[in-house]
Design a protein around this ligand. Structure first.
Ligand code: CP
Ligand code: NVA
Length: 330
């Protein structure tokens, strides 16, 4: 039977089968080809979507806006603090109001429960643009990028270094398990993903021909990797006070030339961005001054190297988000 995602919300990859994820990746490629060829694809003219952001964003917001406009949609952006949501209006009430006006709702914010509640009440598809637990639209961009660069997904040895229990660590473990990659979280024990999610992912990986490994050992975690991925050490919503302890925990897990040298010669460096790879940001400069650390989760050398595909990933956010919007609304 053909895959049909019409009317579905996109809240986390765990809700989607490998076949459905494959369909979204193929659709993304088609949209990328159309965009590159300059072929108009205003397939959803007359529909409207709203983008609700309770945390800041560059890529996710822009990807939804451009993808929406390319598809002919009307797009409303609500920035952190400018709607009634939460303070004066409950989530169920907000969902029911927006669902009466819009054909789809993107939400970026804090808890996964909140985006689930929006989806439960809206009556239209809700797309998770990042919560504390998951970042599913980023996953499609990352999978598409790996497939474009390495030619396949199954069997790819994928290593995530850093805070392995944040939204990115969780989501990448799920994405790799679903698509049959060998996922390794290379992190201090304190930052390993939750045991229950690990158990779920191990079971999925076993069915799909992949695996899930957790290790504190950098040499073991990086040797022979096809992809080394990292994310910032302190995520949005966490207090500034955690920087010191996080730096102490994660310093050995910085992606640097030594880590890349353990990986295959053909290995890719990946990062969802934004990244602290130099001191050209306010926070980067502050951390350099306070802790004497001019580069954090990745060195500038690796970030700027030929192995780095971070801007391909960023571009793919748009093509993959377009696929999600189209598949769920068309
Ligand atoms: N990767 C990502 O989600 O980037 P933004 O925070 O800029 O949306
Ligand atoms: N873990 C990061 C991802 C940003 C795209 C955060 O939540 O801030």
């Amino acid at each position: 039977m053909a895959v049909n995602l019409r009317g579905r919300s996109f809240l986390k990859l765990l809700d989607f089968s490998p076949r459905e994820i494959r369909y979204l990746l193929d659709l993304s490629r088609n949209f990328k080809d159309l965009k590159r060829a300059g072929t108009p694809h205003r397939y959803l003219e007359g529909k409207n979507i709203v983008l609700l952001f309770e945390k800041t964003s560059t890529r996710t917001r822009c990807a939804f806006e451009v993808a929406g406009r390319d598809l002919g949609l009307g797009v409303t952006y609500l920035d952190p603090g400018s709607s009634q949501m939460g303070k004066k209006e409950s989530i169920p009430d907000t969902a029911r109001v927006l669902g009466r006006m819009y054909d789809g709702i993107e939400y970026r914010g804090f808890s996964q429960e909140l985006v689930q509640t929006l989806a439960d009440y809206a009556g239209v598809p809700v797309w998770n643009g990042l919560t504390d637990q998951f970042h599913p639209t980023q996953m499609l961009a990352d999978l598409l990028t790996i497939e474009e660069k390495l030619g396949h997904l199954k069997g790819v040895r994928f290593t995530y270094m850093g805070d392995a229990r944040n939204n990115m660590g969780n989501s990448l473990m799920v994405a790799c398990a679903k698509m049959g990659l060998h996922f390794t979280a290379c992190a201090p024990k304190e930052l390993f993903p939750a045991p229950e999610l690990v158990k779920t992912c191990k079971a999925i990986a076993a069915e799909e021909g992949g695996s899930v490994t957790l290790t504190e050992d950098v040499k073991e975690g990086t040797t022979g990797a096809d992809v080394i991925y990292t994310d910032i050490w302190v995520s949005m919503g966490e207090p500034d006070s955690v920087w010191e302890s996080r730096i102490k925990l994660l310093r050995p897990y910085q992606v640097n030339a030594a880590a890349m040298a353990n990986a295959k010669d053909t290995a890719l460096f990946m990062h969802c961005l934004p990244s602290f790879h130099d001191t050209r940001t306010t926070i980067g400069a502050e951390i350099a001054e306070k802790f004497g650390l001019p580069e954090m989760e990745v060195t500038d050398e690796v970030f700027e190297s030929k192995q780095s595909v971070v801007f391909d990933e960023a571009e793919n956010r748009m093509h993959t988000i377009k696929a999600v919007i189209y598949a769920t609304l068309a």
